[in-house]
Design a protein. Structure first.
Length: 430
């Protein structure tokens, strides 16, 4: 890890600063929108606009990089992000904010793809796993730190919009000034959605529904907090709890994933996350219960993302994994775009607590669908009569782009092959 930090500290620092700014402005939208008098539905469209832009950027950024190069794409998209962040308070109009969020989502996706390819290129075969882990950790730290910065100014003023713009601008300096060669870049075409569903209905449906969950947690938590009258400090703590839970529970769930039937684990994790969300719905007036619900719902739901990718790969050949990962991220993005308006509709129907009810219903739907699929097709665990020869669980987050996910899958697939070869050498035939 020391070697990784020494060789890639500039990229990791830049990505963390970028995530701090992104995290801060994400929650600020919900709080400031409430101050400006935007409706819950309008705020949900603003939240969806980010995921729409992110999905488009993840598809187009690789083509842009191939055409004009990493440095130009990185600098241009970074300028768009920094400019958009300080324009929010200038024109407090929900539809103008939607356009800005599309631009930010698109640009951030392109920046992530560029930075991730740089990071991957700076690592050796021996350190690539540690580099990926460091990248994911920096992303989560940035998400949590961004929430803490909500207390640095008045949401009704300008300072909290200037801070993320400055952070984003500063984040590009260490990356662009780092002495690192421009890496080669190849696009990955996703598997068709029909083929992906045929190979793994559980992975397909699970990732689509999980997009609802992630976009609700990331885009609508601050809106919920504002509607129930939480202070800015309490909203920051609540949003942070979702990400802190993911940091704490990512490894234990990954450890279990490599040692048991993944479909059973998906069912159990989704069911417990649904129950945790139900606590928030029933006892939302108690702030401590809200924090516990967020810790468990976020800590269990976010690792489901990597778990569903790993489960899908159990039914694929190694040369299909990259294409399938791109398809899974695309369907997850479609769910993420749809999630916030559905949350807003439910909050309008039953009150602010509809936020937690939405999470509980969607997570329960994932668990129930997995139970149904268990009656239709045997799992990869049962196919080998108890000899679970599965693709290792790769720790990736919903904030990762297709490039990072594909890199993680290739890395862990190589590790699995090396492990199998070593075991074959220790136990020769006969």
């Amino acid at each position: 890890m020391k070697q990784v930090i020494a060789s890639a500290w500039a990229i990791l620092l830049g990505l963390m600063l970028l995530q701090v700014g992104n995290s801060l402005q994400g929650s600020l939208m919900g709080i400031r929108g409430g101050i400006e008098g935007f409706s819950t539905f309008q705020l949900s469209l603003i939240a969806s606009a980010y995921f729409l832009g992110f999905l488009g950027g993840s598809r187009m950024a690789p083509l842009m990089i191939q055409r004009v190069g990493h440095v130009r794409v990185f600098a241009a998209l970074g300028s768009f992000i920094s400019a958009a962040l300080i324009l929010y308070p200038v024109v407090p109009d929900p539809y103008f904010w939607m356009a800005l969020r599309v631009i930010i989502g698109f640009s951030l996706s392109g920046v992530y793809v560029t930075a991730e390819s740089w990071l991957n290129n700076s690592a050796t075969n021996e350190t690539r796993g540690q580099a990926l882990s460091a990248y994911m950790l920096c992303q989560m730290i940035g998400l949590v730190l961004g929430q803490g910065m909500l207390n640095f100014g008045d949401p009704g003023g300008y300072i909290l919009f200037i801070i993320p713009s400055v952070l984003v601008s500063l984040s590009f300096a260490p990356i662009l000034l780092a002495v690192a060669p421009t890496p080669a870049f190849e696009t990955v075409k996703p598997m068709s959605l029909a083929a992906l569903y045929t190979r793994s209905p559980t992975g397909f449906v699970g990732m689509f529904l999980l997009g609802f969950v992630f976009s609700a947690q990331f885009g609508m938590t601050a809106v919920y907090g504002s509607e129930v009258g939480l202070s800015v400090r309490d909203i920051a703590i609540l949003v942070s709890a979702f990400f802190v839970g993911a940091i704490v529970l990512q490894y234990p769930i990954g450890w279990l994933s490599d040692r048991m039937d993944r479909r059973r684990l998906i069912t159990g994790v989704a069911a417990v996350a649904a129950l945790a969300s139900g606590l928030g719905y029933l006892f939302g007036e108690v702030f401590e219960i809200l924090i516990l619900s967020a810790l468990l719902a976020g800590g269990l739901a976010q690792p489901l993302y990597a778990l569903l990718i790993a489960y899908t790969n159990d039914y694929l050949d190694p040369d299909e994994m990259a294409a399938a990962s791109g398809g899974l991220i695309f369907i997850n993005g479609l769910g993420a775009i749809s999630g916030p308006p559905l949350v807003a509709w439910l909050m309008g129907a039953v009150g602010p607590a509809g936020f937690w009810l939405f999470l509980a219903l969607v997570l329960a739907a994932i668990a129930l669908y997995c139970l149904y699929r268990m009656t239709v097709r045997p799992s990869a665990y049962a196919v080998e009569a108890g000899d679970y020869d599965a693709v290792p669980y790769a720790q990736v987050l919903p904030t990762a782009t297709p490039y990072a996910v594909v890199t993680a899958q290739e890395l862990y697939a190589e590790a699995a092959e090396d492990m199998a070869e070593a075991q074959a050498g220790d136990n020769p035939p006969g």
